[in-house]
Ligand binder design. Structure first.
Ligand SMILES: Cc1cc2nc3c(=O)[nH]c(=O)nc-3n(C[C@H](O)[C@H](O)[C@H](O)COP(=O)(O)OP(=O)(O)OC[C@H]3O[C@@H](n4cnc5c(N)ncnc54)[C@H](O)[C@@H]3O)c2cc1C
Length: 473
């Protein structure tokens, strides 16, 4: 159904709910919220009618009730940093920015903390450190990503699942507003999560299709002691063999296990002023609740790492050196972005197929049809295992049509590799650009139909995050 919206009237109604300063309707601001890290240019239908910034659960509820009554779409915005196309509104809408809902309370005596969805991960992490606790989420976007976004995508980023799990494993309960405006509490305040049928898990990782989270309760996780390791190789196969062997031998996984292939390492190291390495590099963090435990584990892991025939293995005890090495990994992609056009994909395969999948994606890049002769770069959370695979051209002068064609080919074909090697969308979520290329092909139409029915059950008017479950090509 097409609804005619008068922006002035809508903005006025939103002001009556959230106050004058928090209902933004000027075009320049609306355009800012229409964008995401995708390579597509902005289109008119991405621009929200109004941006609202509620501070309370009741305000979120009122906005959703209003939107249902008027049949106006709503898009939830955490920090808008998602890669999988989730963060961009697909239709003109009320854009609900959660940033003002960022209050945090730590209850050490009860073993949990509660936080509003708009708090940034780095802010939560800093607050938790005061209580000798850590946040079991570590993303490349730690400084900007919201905790509501991270729990809604259920992504742990650098943290290796086999070592620590996903954010959702630590969520004890949620306060959510349903798309129809009702407020629901889930879970409990006990450090023990409910067994059996429980709705919390349905909302975790639901990518904003079923709810707007207004409060997140998470277990306190003791701050760990760390040992950091850097490993140099002359060929990427050394890294891939080591990760596969780690799973095969059931060796305790490090909490971080990152890598940069040869070309990525050169850019990353140069960017932070470190001497260029001769080949690929991996950066590893071993964690344990006690210092002695982390030392013992790292000793064993240092010995194990010889399996991949590295050229050098080094325990990094100097914090400044580690900070630079980590920055080389974290900053590499930002430098690549600046130098031209790049398309990204995420390959998270079966552990024993990692090497095969890596070389297949490398060959795919070389034979790309939509735009020829890309450079290929690979890096990421290899211990998870996740390969971030990028095609790159050292120019920004590529038309929007060509960009779309590249995106479509690269995403579709890399998803086929994920499917072939029994992989998943282990990191940045599945809806939006992955619906047609991944969900339907991997799981089939019945699976997709169930998702659609679930969405209709929670959101009968289909107003929340429209376009994400329909997908786009
Ligand atoms: C430089 C950079 C580095 C990155 N590094 C990583 C990385 O290492 N690992 C990784 O996995 N990702 C990474 N990302 C992607 C992204 O930061 C994460 O997916 C992050 O979790 C998204 O958080 P956000 O607050 O930006 O959410 P958004 O992008 O705003 O939202 C994500 C989805 O969740 C929904 N949502 C947001 N808040 C709520 C809420 N309160 N209730 C219900 N639904 C909600 C949105 O509608 C959307 O569908 C990176 C991004 C950038 C730009």
């Amino acid at each position: 159904m097409t609804v005619t919206v008068k922006i002035d009237k809508l903005a006025k109604d939103m002001v009556s709910i959230v106050g004058k300063e928090h209902a933004i309707s000027d075009l320049a601001s609306r355009i800012v919220f229409a964008q995401d890290p995708q390579n597509f240019d902005l289109e008119e239908h991405n621009i929200p009618y109004v941006v609202v910034r509620p501070s309370k659960t009741e305000e979120v509820s009122q906005i959703l009730k209003y939107a249902n009554e008027k049949k106006i779409n709503v898009h939830t915005h955490g920090s808008g940093s998602s890669f999988a196309g989730l963060a961009r509104p697909k239709v003109n809408c009320i854009l609900l920015d959660t940033r003002r809902m960022n209050k945090m309370e730590v209850f050490p005596e009860r073993g949990f903390f509660e936080v509003g969805p708009g708090a940034h991960l780095a802010e939560v992490e800093k607050e938790l450190a005061k209580y000798n606790a850590m946040l079991p989420i570590n993303l490349g976007s730690q400084l900007i990503a919201s905790i509501g976004g991270a729990v809604s995508v259920n992504t742990s980023g650098h943290m290796v699942d086999a070592a620590i799990g996903k954010p959702g494993d630590f969520v004890l309960g949620l306060e959510v507003v349903l798309p129809t405006g009702e407020i629901l509490q889930t879970g409990s305040e006990s450090p023990r999560r409910p067994a059996g049928v429980e709705l919390t898990r349905l909302f975790i990782g639901s990518e904003g299709l079923l709810d707007i989270k207004t409060k997140i309760r998470m277990r306190l996780v003791p701050l760990a002691a760390f040992q950091n390791i850097v490993v140099y190789y002359d060929h990427v196969d050394g890294i891939l063999d080591t990760v596969m062997e780690m799973y095969k031998r059931c060796i305790p996984a490090p909490v971080f296990y990152e890598f940069l292939d040869e070309k990525s390492a050169k850019i990353g190291f140069q960017a932070v002023g470190l001497p260029e390495p001769a080949g690929p590099v991996s950066m590893i963090r071993i964690a344990n609740v006690s210092k002695a435990g982390s030392e013992e584990l790292s000793k064993e892991f240092l010995e194990f790492l010889k399996v991949g025939k590295p050229t050098e293995i080094k325990l990094v005890t100097d914090n400044e050196e580690w900070t630079k090495l980590w920055a080389a990994r974290a900053e590499f992609a930002n430098y690549l972005f600046r130098g031209g056009l790049t398309w990204w994909s995420e390959i998270s395969t079966r552990a024993d197929k990692l090497k095969e999948a890596f070389h297949e994606v490398e060959a795919l890049a070389k034979g790309l049809k939509s735009y020829e002769n890309p450079e290929f770069y690979a890096y990421g959370h290899i211990g998870a295992p996740t390969i971030h695979a990028r095609v790159f051209w050292p120019t920004k002068d590529i038309s929007i049509e060509d960009r779309r064609a590249i995106g479509l080919e690269w995403i579709t074909k890399t998803e086929e590799i994920n499917i072939k090697y029994d992989g998943c969308g282990g990191e940045v979520g599945l809806t939006a650009i992955r619906v047609n290329s991944f969900i339907r092909k991997k799981y089939g139409e019945k699976y997709y139909e169930i998702l659609v029915k679930l969405k209709n059950l929670f959101d009968p008017e289909g107003i929340l995050n429209k376009g994400n479950l329909e997908g786009w090509t």
